[in-house]
Ligand binder design. Structure first.
Ligand code: ADP
Ligand code: ZN
Length: 435
């Protein structure tokens, strides 16, 4: 039932006792970080002031902007020679965010992921295929080490090449598959083209879906396509990556491992705690990290804590499906994109005006989510050759910046809708969007 029975079955009082111990240790340890030392001085608090879990509120929030401004190593709480890995978050403008890990951090991360995978019924005898991008994307190595820790035969198939993915699924007898939900629609289409029926021709039984928002309906559709159970997996690079919160077999919200972090839900406007059970911004404090602990990190993800106990026996809080973000970040095919990144590229071209529109849509033929970028020309241009080469060059630069390839359409000046007041830059028409 449990990968780590002791931690997974802690009662509420036991969780809180452990959290306070670990919080106090973490806060003291944070004084090795130049950033947190200064922060604590600025607001006039000392680690000794944290006497109860409620005292956490005395500590200022940490934001993505803090991570960027301390790029690359300013948040570290250990000397660099103790760190063995660095991950960096995808799709941000300016400085990326860097997360450092010691060997102990990596071990604990692997255990968190192993716990999640075991929780949904995966065992040593399973074959686990991971379709995440490897490299800086934490979904690659994160699931790899977690699945290996559990003892599964793990296939680092990485992203793309659907025909090869299908061949591996069939030939290796893959039973567990990790993929972003939008990709599973596409993979199913390719299976159909190849005459492969996942229910008849594969051993797929457990799907892990996450890294991007999706609806309950989308999950059910995926489960029907593949004849397999699909479990929601939530994580982010700042919190290591996958393994932060995960559904149990009850599929009624994602347990968040409270021996690893302390959960708060705040009102993103007032920054006060949200009312019990209400949707707000998820704020997380890591309590087991060495290289780079984060205190009250504002994730920007909007969710709520589900009421009541879970029949599975775990008392770790359950988060509702993510409801969106409190910033303007778009998640397309698991890649984080800020509209300003698109704007910055477009503004490099003197041929282009300032009015543009990003439309996110689902291609009905293959369930693929796509980005359309429409932008007005600054002056009339009718030379077809010139229009085509300009479109190609814009597409190339956007692809380099965003890591996904958008469709680019040039529009004549004045032809795109002009919004009054705050410009509406993004239209989300995705079938799968939950917000
Ligand atoms: P990843 O490589 O997992 O996408 P990032 O750090 O690049 O990690 O992105 C993390 C963000 O992705 C989260 O803050 C959240 O907005 C989104 N995300 C991750 N998992 C889910 C999920 N299961 N449901 C909705 N959004 C998710
Ligand atoms: Zn449960």
């Amino acid at each position: 039932m449990y990968f780590n029975k002791e931690m997974e079955t802690l009662t509420r009082p036991e969780i809180e006792k452990l959290q306070l111990e670990r919080l106090q240790k973490t806060v003291s340890h944070c004084m090795n970080s130049a950033f947190y030392r200064r922060r604590f001085e600025e607001v006039g608090i000392k680690p000794e002031d944290i006497k109860t879990l409620d005292d956490l509120k005395k500590i200022p929030f940490t934001t993505k902007a803090d991570l960027r401004s301390t790029y690359p190593f300013g948040m570290a709480s250990v000397p660099l020679e103790k760190c063995v890995r660095l991950h960096s978050s995808s799709g941000t403008t300016g400085n990326p965010t860097v997360v450092l890990h010691t060997q102990k951090d990596l071990d604990q991360w692997a255990e968190a992921v192993a716990r999640c995978l075991y929780m949904v019924g995966l065992r040593k005898t399973d074959v686990f295929q991971n379709t995440s991008g490897y490299g800086m994307f934490t979904g690659g190595l994160g699931f790899q080490y977690g699945a290996e820790r559990l003892g599964m035969l793990t296939v680092p198939a990485a992203a793309g090449n659907s025909r090869r993915q299908i061949k591996f699924i069939k030939d290796f007898g893959t039973t567990g598959l990790h993929a972003i939900p939008s990709y599973l629609g596409r993979l199913y289409e390719v299976m159909k083209e190849e005459g492969v029926d996942p229910k008849r021709d594969t051993k797929l039984r457990t799907l892990i879906i996450g890294a991007e928002p999706h609806s309950e309906e989308q999950r059910r559709r995926i489960e029907e396509m593949y004849g397999a159970k699909a479990y929601n997996s939530f994580g982010m690079s700042e919190m290591c990556g996958p393994g932060v919160a995960f559904e149990c077999p009850e599929q009624n919200g994602m347990h968040i491992w409270e021996d690893y972090c302390i959960v708060e839900i705040i009102d993103p406007e007032t920054l006060e705690p949200a009312k019990e059970g209400e949707v707000g911004e998820l704020v997380l404090t890591t309590i087991n990290r060495e290289a780079m602990p984060l205190l009250r990190y504002r994730t920007r993800d909007l969710t709520r804590i589900l009421p009541g106990e879970c029949p599975c026996g775990r008392h770790h809080l359950r988060l509702d499906r993510m409801k969106g973000r409190s910033d303007d970040m778009i998640i397309l095919k698991g890649v984080n994109i800020f509209p300003i990144q698109v704007e910055n590229i477009l503004m490099n071209f003197k041929e282009l005006g300032t009015n543009y529109l990003i439309t996110l849509e689902t291609d009905d033929s293959n369930y693929n989510d796509e980005m359309l970028v429409e932008v007005e020309l600054s002056n009339p241009l009718t030379d077809d050759g010139r229009l085509q080469s300009l479109t190609r060059e814009i597409t190339r630069q956007l692809k380099d910046e965003l890591l996904i390839t958008p469709r680019v359409k040039l529009a004549q000046k004045g032809s795109l809708p002009q919004s009054e007041g705050k410009a509406v830059r993004v239209k989300d028409l995705r079938k799968t969007a939950t917000f």
